[in-house]
Write a protein that binds this ligand. Sequence first.
Ligand SMILES: C[S@@+](CC[C@H](N)C(=O)[O-])C[C@H]1O[C@@H](n2cnc3c(N)ncnc32)[C@H](O)[C@@H]1O
Length: 385
Amino acid sequence: MTPAARLSAAIEILGHILDGDAAEKALTNWARGSRYAGSKDRAAVRDHVFGALRCKRSFTTLGGAQTGRGIVLGMLRAQGVNPDEMFTGIGHAPTPLTDEERAQGDTPEGNAALDIPDWIAPQLAASLGDDFTAVCHALQKRAPVFLRVNTLKTNLKQAAIDLAGENIQTTPHPLSPTALEVTENPRRVHLSAPYNDGRVELQDAASQAVVDLLPLRPDMRVLDYCAGGGGKVLAMAARASASYFAHDANPQRMKDLPDRAERAGASVTLFEPEDVAASGPYDLVLCDVPCSGSGAWRRSPAGKWEFKPEKLDQLREIQAEILTKAAGLVAPNGVLAYTTCSLLDAENSEQIEAFTTGSDWKCTSQTRFTPLDGGDGFFCALLTR
Ligand SMILES: C[S@@+](CC[C@H](N)C(=O)[O-])C[C@H]1O[C@@H](n2cnc3c(N)ncnc32)[C@H](O)[C@@H]1O
């Protein structure tokens, strides 16, 4: 496909996303109907679509229309490319611009320039303080690819050598002693031997840094109360040879966990939701709660635009409920850990404040990472009685 044909594909896919399709579904549907597109084409189209979604508001303003075509037009203007060079109508290129299209479009300002929805901007600004603008700009850019080196099977140096042997270049990242940032050929990771035999896992560096903060010891019973796919529990299992248990209100979310654990050489016992209440006490209970995902909006940019005030209220209720239930499973001298991938105080420090007020729990540490630290935004609070 020519560069312009790839833009036509992005215009079509963005149109489906604007009509309500999930980004992955729209991309898959397009790829199914476009057998002529090779892997490089698919990767380039995907990059256009995700790049456009990260900057949807500013590109729409620049392009002058809330359509796939308007967004791509804005994207080219933002990149300093003359759109007439791409919108030629030749071959599979987008049709030439009309005079009206050439005339429309404004310079984005304020929240539009930062690609942040107006309703969330004040909360985000209050939560991030002086870092607000820089974090919004970071969320407009593509996230780095990070690996967690599984220390049950190898070490950082050896993993880097083995990956380099498959032409995947990496560099250690200061956020965590187990983190490697992939600097060349990130798309090869899935095919590589170190990935397929569990020597490395895909995991954001700040997600690893959060696990580094947990006070793990080999003699502990540890419960991951919101285990999902198991990213955190597997990272914990590699750090200390404790006894690990996993629970999720939606057990389907844990369906890959047994295979992942086996591949990683880790042992994790899974609970059905009805069995967890009687399974305590634990020395450490981790609540990696469902949240806005605002710390990871550069990875899942559609989430930035779909997130709504009602959803935030609903999540805050669930987060408080999880804290209360999980606290009942912690041994008298045990630790309750609360983590999110949110940048919002409403889901972070304010939840901890509300939980500890009038209870016998006290917060011993709170740590927040933002994309300015290199990884995604994450929050971790440790609580004891
Ligand atoms: C942020 S994700 C967990 C990610 C996972 N810990 C990881 O590192 O891969 C949050 C999880 O909480 C689960 N969840 C939602 N409500 C819950 C509840 N009331 N109790 C326990 N888990 C819940 C969701 O199904 C989801 O899998």
